[in-house]
Design a protein around this ligand. Structure first.
Ligand SMILES: [Zn+2]
Length: 417
């Protein structure tokens, strides 16, 4: 073979290899563009934690990290942008883990743990936790169910059938820190792939081959979850809005995860501050229109619920807006601006019984004190607050005696003559 011919052959081989690799990458990257946070639980607790350890000395944090690393590699190869909250045996704060996940704009948060029991070494089963109530957190439950089903089908446990999906309120009354602090941004779960306090469980969890199997289970569950499409809602009000007008309808544009508007009928729901409000779905435009309720709060939040035809629910990320009262409240930076504006409103309230100005005047006097404790007109502000509460009770014929008494006590005790 001449040298020239050999060179041409080599170039052709290299070129075809490149083309082959490229097309393989595109086909084999089902998670391209998806951001996932993998959180290996605990880390570097050996010095003080005598609980997270099996009978032969294997520690939970080591198992968590091994499984997470294998999983992370698989997800990265599939095209996902993976963030690991730790890659070494070191401790990361719970708040730090959650803020890393939010900063990564994650589409899913997966915290990898293994379980222990101090009083019963025979227990060995899988558990997947989601945050809060299933009704309010449907997307996390969707993923949790896929994960627990494959854990039970393909991993080994002493109580194979007993594994289940549970709320993290069963662990702590307010749930777990990492799930509570990520729920406003993404769905998430804590997976507990068996008990290291069970002797045969510990034996399995120590094995690299079994860690690999567990990572494969997570990987396949994540693939299946994203394969069903991630439905989403977008609020059509501009971000630049100073405050929301609750007298007008509010519109949400829905996508089923495939650029379409195919959703299961009767799964549409809009909550305003956790309470259902009237809404109307138009499948042609893909717009869900809701009618807000009036509110005396400084801010309101809306959450949208619906389920696509593949069975995935929208993760109900809250859309938060200032109300008019909230806007007035927050635009003041100087105590005297708030106080002076309160004085104008106060005289209108006293002269014309202008009830609509009364709450604003109350807020503004309180705000002046919040911005600058004991400003030069603090006592006047406190007395005006008392006068407004008495006026409000007379005007709306409501019992405000507790608030009035508290304010009288405040002036008497904190501002003695
Ligand atoms: Zn744990």
């Amino acid at each position: 073979m001449s040298q020239k011919f050999a060179l041409i052959l080599l170039v052709m081989l290299v070129l075809s290899a490149c083309v082959g690799t490229q097309s393989m990458l595109v086909e084999d990257q089902p998670l391209k563009g998806i951001n996932i946070t993998i959180d290996p639980g605990h880390g570097a607790t050996q010095a003080y934690d005598s609980f997270r350890i099996g009978q032969t000395g294997e520690r939970e944090e080591w198992i968590n990290l091994r499984v997470a690393k294998i999983l992370s590699r698989k997800l990265t190869l599939a095209g996902a942008n993976v963030l690991m909250t730790r890659t070494k045996d070191r401790d990361v704060s719970l708040g730090g883990r959650a803020s890393m996940a939010s900063g990564h704009h994650s589409d899913l948060f997966v915290s990898i743990h293994h379980n222990g029991s101090v009083n019963d070494p025979s227990i060995d089963l899988p558990i997947v936790y989601f945050h809060g109530s299933g009704d309010m957190n449907p997307a996390s439950v969707d993923f949790a169910k896929i994960l627990i089903d494959s854990m039970r089908a393909e991993m080994s446990f002493q109580q194979q059938r007993a594994g289940a999906v549970y709320s993290d309120h069963l662990i702590f009354s307010s749930g777990t820190s990492v799930l509570r602090n990520t729920i406003d941004d993404m769905p998430g779960v804590i997976g507990e792939g068996g008990f290291f306090t069970n002797p045969s469980g510990e034996g399995r969890l120590k094995s690299k081959a079994y860690n690999k199997l567990e990572a494969e289970i997570y990987y396949k569950a994540i693939l299946e979850y994203f394969d069903r499409g991630i439905p989403s809602a977008m609020c059509l009000l501009p971000d630049s809005l100073e405050y929301i007008d609750l007298l007008r309808p509010i519109e949400f544009e829905l996508d089923d995860g495939f650029g379409n508007t195919f959703f299961v009928e009767n799964t549409f729901k809009v909550l305003q501050d956790g309470v259902p409000i009237q809404s109307n779905w138009d499948s042609n435009s893909g717009i869900l229109t809701a009618t807000p309720d009036s509110s005396l709060e400084k801010s309101v939040s809306f959450q949208v619920f619906a389920r696509n035809l593949q069975g995935n629910a929208i993760h109900p990320i809250p859309f938060k807006f200032l109300t008019k009262a909230g806007y007035e409240w927050f635009i003041h930076e100087k105590w005297f601006e708030a106080f002076d504006e309160a004085e104008v409103l106060y005289s209108q309230v006293i002269q014309n019984n202008a009830l609509h100005n009364l709450d604003s005047a109350l807020h503004l006097y309180q705000l002046s004190l919040e911005i600058q404790i004991v400003h030069p007109k603090a006592r006047i502000a406190e007395e005006k607050i008392l006068a407004l509460l008495i006026k409000k009770q007379a005007l709306i014929e409501d019992d405000l005696s507790d608030a009035i008494e508290a304010q009288q006590f405040r002036i008497r005790e904190y501002y003695p003559d």
